[in-house]
Design a protein around this ligand. Structure first.
Ligand code: KG4
Ligand code: ZN
Length: 362
């Protein structure tokens, strides 16, 4: 289809219910016309994590209104849309189905093309929406559900070169916070506590650092935090701060090592190209981690792109944007498109590595 294209996007794969309208211009530049988002954090807080059934119900209750709000604010009306895009996975299946069915119903009623979007592709392409960054680049995606290093070569061409063998990075923050009696979500709580802590007070392991490859393993670090805490129990406020600081320091060392190796691979695959690193996902909000990656990039002469926090975490603008890019390439998907709880961006490497073990969190 010819640009400009105006696309409505829906996101319901985890605990954010969101709708947004994005316009893709002729020169490939994209603009967010409107965004409407409801964060379910308060509904899950009491349970110390996201409860899939509560999430799905909240999506059902909120999505219609958010769609109306986004389209109204965009000023284009439903008639002005060129397509409807919805996250089709990966994610919590109940929520994915809510967004997918809503998107299909809208597209069908409006007689517009429908696009079933991989949520990870939304994250992978966000830096083009916010910073107009060129291909190729390395994406470090770290959230509560994902820990991935991907070489983004083009729309639809992603090479996964690293993932987690066990826990996701955000999950490691959340579990550490839970263990130490800090709130949910754990990342911001651990970061805040770590500010008053001394990282050298505890000696924690740095799994896989110095080893070849770009994979992560975080379960051992989580266990080490628990053992260190138990050995020092009862923990005072300063002990908790120290343990958080030591945990964050270990995570920083692990991330710097893995991302450094991934940048080496990017360089080897595209010699002479400017090295570009894009960070995304809730964990990318961590200031200590950002500082670490800034230092790494400065050292290598690489360019670091960090989209604003609200577009690093789950949002619908990235889904609308990915939908518009695919629509511009002449794609449209059938109303039989399936909801996929697991959907690796790089299907080939998932087959080679075995998608089972690395599954949902990979
Ligand atoms: O991308 P996101 O908002 O949602 C998904 O998981 O999809 O990421 C949430 C995750 C949680 O695990 C949360 O603890 C973590 O990101 N997080 C952080 C920080 N803010 C959020 N982790 C470390 N430091 C932070 N400041
Ligand atoms: Zn996400």
């Amino acid at each position: 289809m010819t640009t400009p294209l105006t696309v409505l996007g829906l996101e319901t794969s985890c605990d954010e219910t969101a709708a947004a309208v994005v316009r893709l211009d002729r020169d490939g530049r994209a603009e967010i016309l409107a965004e409407a988002l409801y964060s379910q954090l308060d509904e899950h807080r009491a349970f110390g994590g996201v409860v899939p059934e509560i999430a799905a119900r909240a999506h059902v209750e909120r999505l219609d209104r958010l769609v109306l709000e986004a389209v109204e604010r965009a000023g284009c009306g439903f008639a002005g849309l060129d397509g409807v895009a919805a996250t089709a996975g990966p994610g919590l299946i109940g929520g994915v189905i809510v967004g997918l069915v809503t998107g299909k119903a809208l597209a069908s009623a409006l007689q517009k093309p429908f696009l079933a979007i991989n949520h990870l592709e939304g994250h992978a392409l966000t830096a083009r929406l916010t910073d107009g960054i060129g291909f190729p680049y390395l994406l470090f995606l770290a959230s509560g559900g994902h820990t991935q290093l991907l070489i983004v070569e083009d729309v639809g061409r992603y090479r996964r070169i690293g993932t987690t063998l066990d826990d996701a990075l955000g999950e490691a923050f959340d579990k550490t916070a839970k263990l130490l009696g800090l709130g949910f979500p754990g990342g911001p709580a651990v970061e805040a506590a770590a500010r008053a802590g001394r990282a050298e007070a505890f000696d924690l392991p740095r799994p896989l650092v110095g080893r070849p490859g770009c994979d992560f393993s975080l379960a051992g670090l989580k266990t080490a935090v628990r053992l260190a805490g138990e050995a020092k129990a009862p923990l005072g406020e300063q002990d908790v701060a120290d343990l958080c600081a030591a945990f964050q320091e270990a995570v920083g060392a692990i991330v710097a090592d893995r991302v450094g190796r991934a940048l080496d691979q990017l360089q080897a695959a595209f010699p002479g190209q400017e090295e570009r690193l894009v960070i995304a996902g809730g964990v990318a909000a961590n200031a200590a981690l950002r500082a670490r990656l800034e230092a790494l990039c400065a050292e290598r002469g690489a360019r670091l792109v960090a989209p604003p926090a609200r577009l690093c975490t789950d949002n619908a603008a990235m889904i609308a944007h990915a939908g518009a890019l695919r629509l511009a390439r002449g794609e449209r998907h059938g109303l039989d498109a399936e909801a996929r709880p697991r959907w690796p961006l790089d299907e080939e490497s998932a087959t080679i590595l075995g998608s089972g073990r690395k599954g949902a969190k990979a």
